[in-house]
Design a protein around this ligand. Structure first.
Ligand code: GLU
Length: 278
């Protein structure tokens, strides 16, 4: 089996030290094992994704000394693939159309009979308002579509974690429903991150998913989807997050730690690598 990792940035801003950390771990893991390292452009958010940022991602990775294997997958070019899978699995997923705005969801959650208001990796845990709008015939891809978490059987899901929380991570479907809920899989004209990510990791035969701890809970969604789709389950390596001097996690809008800024200021790649412990 070939060892395959990937780095999957969204081209919505400059890469910062946290991205460099993730990309270097993923790249080095693959190279050590004689495997492959892919760069996947997650450009589904068409209003925020820009070609300029995509070009800069490749320049930054190259400057850091990383090499990648082809071909490059751009999610915006693969919409048919995601649509086909949703169409094939709509019954298993219990796909339903959701017409709630964020405000509607907040309002429903403030009703006195709902006492758990969790903020999970897919936002507020959905109160179930539109659950009866099951898609029974052709899918209308202009709508928001959610998966109805099926409690018909109490299932246990597991994934293998190699990072900070090393071990077999297990959770039940009812825990999932309580803390994550009916996940959005389609947003009016494009797939949600969770759907596209799982499909591409499977199609690219990724064996090891390397990413930050901020996505640890999201991996539960990916595990459930992988199970419904019958995809192989990759190993996961969730690494620590790189923070600024005040202990705050770096964000895209935080230009001060962008790789490009260091490049323009004359830093050497080895100096930037050293800042994050390489
Ligand atoms: N596009 C996602 C991000 O930039 C990637 C997450 C992942 O590695 O699965 O956060």
């Amino acid at each position: 089996m070939t060892f395959i990792t990937r780095f999957a940035p969204s081209p919505t801003g400059p890469l910062h030290l946290g991205h460099a950390y993730s990309a270097i771990i993923s790249h080095d893991m693959a190279r050590r094992k004689g495997g492959k390292f892919y760069v996947r452009i997650e450009d589904l958010d068409q209003s925020r994704s820009k070609k300029k940022w995509e070009n800069q991602i490749f320049e930054d990775l190259d400057w850091l000394g990383l090499s990648w294997d082809g071909p490059i997958v751009r999610q915006s070019e693969e919409l048919e693939k995601y649509k086909n899978i949703l169409t094939n699995f709509k019954n298993e997923l219990g796909l339903f159309e959701c017409f709630c705005s964020r405000k509607d969801i907040k309002l429903a959650l403030s009703a006195p009979h709902i006492d758990d208001k969790f903020l999970g990796p897919d936002g507020l845990v959905y109160p179930g308002t539109c659950r009866e709008n099951i898609v029974s015939s052709k899918i209308n891809f202009n709508n928001v579509l959610r998966m109805k978490v099926n409690l018909g059987e109490e299932k246990i899901f597991t994934f293998n974690e190699l990072g900070q929380k090393k071990g077999k991570i297990s959770f039940t479907l009812s825990e999932f429903l309580k803390t994550i809920g009916d996940v959005v899989l389609w947003r009016k004209s494009y797939p949600a991150y969770h759907l596209a990510c799982v499909i591409d990791d499977a199609h690219q035969n990724i064996t090891h998913v390397v990413r930050g701890m901020d996505l640890f809970e999201a991996t539960k969604i990916h595990t459930v989807l992988n199970t419904y789709f019958g995809f192989h389950k990759p190993f996961y390596y969730h690494h620590k997050l790189i923070c600024d001097e005040n202990g705050k996690r770096l964000a895209k809008r935080d230009d001060s730690k962008s790789i490009q800024k260091y490049r323009l200021e004359g830093f050497k790649p080895s100096e930037v690598r050293a800042m994050i412990g390489f």
